[in-house]
Design a binder for this molecule. Sequence first.
Ligand code: ZN
Ligand code: MN
Length: 483
Amino acid sequence: MPELEAVIGLEVHAQMNTKTKMFCGCDNDAFGKTPNTTVCPICMGFPGTLPVPNKEAIAKAVRASLAIGCAVASECHFDRKHYFYPDLPAGFQISQYDFPLAKGGNVHYDIIDASGNTSEERSCRITRLHMENDAGKLSHYGNSTLCDYNRAGTPLMEIVTEPDLTSAQDAVAFAQELRRILISVGASDADMFKGMMRFDASISLKEKGTKKLNPRSEIKNLNSFKALEKALQFEEKRLRDLWKKDNGPLKNDITVGWLDDEEKTHVLRDKETAGDYRYFPEPDLPPLEFDTKELEKVRTGLPPLPREEKKKLSSLGLTEAEAQQLSADADLRQIFEAVLAKLKDAKRTSGIVITQLQGFLNAAGKTVRQGPGAQAMLDLVEAIENGKISGSKGKDVLEKMVETGKSAPEIIAEEGLEQISDESALETLVEKAIAANPKAVESFKKGKAQALGAIVGWIMKETKGQANPEKVNGILLNKMKAN
Ligand code: ZN
Ligand code: MN
């Protein structure tokens, strides 16, 4: 038995976050809508209707192409890809075949170890990126099948990789980086829970050290990173067992499905070839032409890649996990940068923005956009910085800001949280505390420095945490030494 290694390539379908569908004016946000309410004769495939390409979708696909290092073709066109299935009302999908929008890219990504640090830097070549429209959705109930065409016509990018990936873990790391890139250029929301990013994964085995590629198994329609990882792990093991039994690789390409509940693949059919789809140029759409200068303008206007952002943030002293989180979320990063500009301390800023804000948002089930924005966070930080409230009270205020949507000054005023910083008020408090805690005073005099903590604690309790602890400490220490 020779030593074998896995060869993996992905086809990724990502929905674009445009206002309208790929070839008609229907609402592109079908999530939660009543079935078959965001449809029209065009996306329902009625005979005699004519598609109109969505300019916004094309612009987004171009941005995505350039971000993954592809060259955008100066000319490309759409093709009809035929197959018959109830989710495809026209009987063909409008896709791109031999002249795709973009070719030949490369995505760099990191393999992250269990402790959250980069253990290896890798890259995967991109074969192509093309545009197409999505099909509808079928739901099976016993012997009946229901069709919802709300999703039919949604703009998709299909991104195809070279077979550069070597394991399930590797494929997932690549796919996650790709997702971050698509989000960062604003081409897709890539929300996995809403099925906005789906994978077909091809895997084959080859003898280690040889170049020859063997027939592959294509696992269709994986819609989570977990499914991608588990399905590839399962199929790799299955192919290894088959190799042992048959003393060699698969005889031909096959297509398999992934059963999420049973955590196994099942063979669907021999893989279809291009001929089965009877591609021909879409006669109702003219070819697309791109100006090289315009493309260059788009390229130079792209935001930095998330991985570069991550490296920059790490260099400020954040952990890789914190840097990852910020680089993956533009809204959170914007808040982080605003607070950092004020505090000039990356560690403290990440404590407030990542640990506290993100923590409260998660607990409340809210997105960053639904929580306090940069200005609201700056108001909070301002209140802490000028001594109005303590840092620990600040945390409580932030929690209430997330829950209620109110501003920090409002909450501080409403709840009477303002910190007592007035010197004479604090002196009176300290004197009261000394009188009320003779035992602690006694042990301090005997050399037990930590006895002061009990007195400070008494003051904090007395003032419901509103006394400025630093000032209390200072005044107390002076008085005890003078005694
Ligand atoms: Zn429509
Ligand atoms: Mn496709």
